[in-house]
Design a protein around this ligand. Structure first.
Ligand code: NAD
Ligand code: MG
Length: 391
């Protein structure tokens, strides 16, 4: 029987890599839903090509356009937030969660409620609502498989191992597009400068988050939440070649590394075929040709996001949710030209401080609604910080 699969965020960078893998073996899959937001042409084309039952755009105003693009194909069209949730109700065996940002949270929760295996690229789900998400999966006997490349690497390093024997987890970072800029020049970096990645081809937001290392900061928190390992055991190291994705260190001193080409189809394919391993169309590593793998410690001045992530991990509770919302808002402010590249960390710290002076951050949100309310409140606070910054 073919497997029923859905892709949330199908038109994005992770989504398109998932479409690519599934499109290579169409008979093996019964595609239920593809979702997107603005890129209607791509969404409709892929839905028709993969013979999906349904295509959903998050943007309600684009429904007519989507309907027109799907006319005569037999693919159902829908739009809006409620339609995204209904799409997550459609029975499926495996769902890719690759919407960017906190918007990816609710559909993932909904899929877990049905016991569906969730391939999780949307790291915001774990950072903002890790304990709730894992509890939802446990309560419904659903599996969550990490798709972030570092977390897939750690997950693979833990196969057959006892988590109690893990002494440390090291995730690698490329250092991003501004890695070789002098620190003093970073304040004047534009979205264009920060949006060019040396090794990975990814969406714009995560690429800029790589340059600021807010992405790695998110991933430190993601590691703590997903693997249940204390913050003190988790490290990030700069590795400019992006060949080693993560390392797991055990109590006997052994360090198991995961190597692979910087191609998201590794992690997506592992989650798609788990627990099996199948052939994947990714380039193979030639160690002699690479010759050198470098590693060095990230500098706190260049990458203040890492220190903030440490504080967030120590606090727990709502801190992750506020951190993510403030960081997404700060990035909006940077993209809009309202603040500079190096101002983003100040906005995030300022938002965490402002909220902690009113309420205890360590009290965890109890429901998804709590999470979304905290998210909205933190976005408002972060915008207020951005406005203050200008005056
Ligand atoms: P992207 O910007 O390329 O694509 C995002 C997708 O989400 C698109 O399909 C877009 O249409 C959709 N979308 C955007 N806003 C939406 C909204 N409000 N509601 C519903 N859908 C919306 O992003 P990406 O780089 O593919 O990243 C997706 C997720 O995967 C992010 O959480 C990111 O951190 C994570 N991730 C990405 C990579 C990568 O290589 N790109 C690697 C690891 C993890
Ligand atoms: Mg990653």
């Amino acid at each position: 029987m073919s497997r029923r699969v859905s892709i949330f965020g199908a038109t994005g960078s992770v989504g398109q890599n998932t479409v690519d893998l599934i499109g290579r073996d169409p008979d093996a899959y019964d595609v239920v839903v593809l979702t997107g937001a603005g890129n209607i042409k791509q969404l409709a084309e892929d839905a028709i090509r993969l013979r999906a039952d349904m295509a959903v755009t998050a943007d309600e105003a684009r429904l007519d356009e989507l309907r027109a693009a799907l006319a005569g194909s037999g693919v159902e069209a829908a739009a809006g937030e409620a339609a995204l949730l209904e799409a997550a109700d459609r029975p499926a065996d495996w769902i890719m969660s690759a919407i960017v940002g906190a918007a990816g949270l609710a559909p993932g929760f909904r899929a877990l409620r049905h016991g569906t295996t969730l391939a999780l690229a949307n790291k915001e789900s774990l950072v903002t609502a890790g304990p709730l998400l894992l509890a939802e999966a446990r309560a419904n006997g659903a599996e969550i498989l990490p798709v972030d490349s570092e977390h897939s690497a750690v997950f693979q390093g833990l196969v057959g191992e006892d988590i109690a024997a893990v002494e440390r987890i090291i995730i690698t970072a490329s250092g991003g597009g501004l890695r070789d800029w002098p620190v003093e020049a970073l304040a004047s970096a534009t979205p264009e400068d920060a949006g060019a990645h040396p090794n990975w081809d990814m969406g714009q937001r995560i690429t800029i988050d790589s340059a600021s290392m807010f992405n790695k900061a998110m991933e430190l928190i993601e590691t703590k939440e997903f693997f249940g390992v204390p913050a003190a055991k988790i490290e990030a190291v700069i590795h400019p070649q992006s060949i080693v994705h993560a390392l797991v260190g055990f109590v006997d001193g052994a360090l198991m590394a995961h190597l692979g080409a910087p191609d998201m189809r590794h992690a997506i394919g592992y989650a798609l075929h788990h627990p099996d391993r199948r052939h994947l169309p990714v380039s193979r590593i030639d160690l002699a040709q690479i010759a050198t793998l470098e590693f060095y410690a990230p500098c706190d001045i260049r990458y203040p996001a890492l220190k903030i992530a440490r504080a967030v991990m120590e606090t727990g509770g709502k801190a992750g949710c506020i951190f993510n919302a403030a960081k997404e808002t700060a990035l909006d402010g940077f993209l809009a030209g309202r603040i500079g590249f190096m101002d983003m960390s100040g906005i995030v710290e300022g938002t965490l401080d402002a909220i902690s002076s009113k309420t205890s951050l360590s009290i965890a949100p109890n429901t998804l609604e709590d999470v979304l309310n905290t998210d909205h409140m933190a976005r408002d606070m972060a915008w207020a910080q951005i406005e203050q910054h200008q005056t």
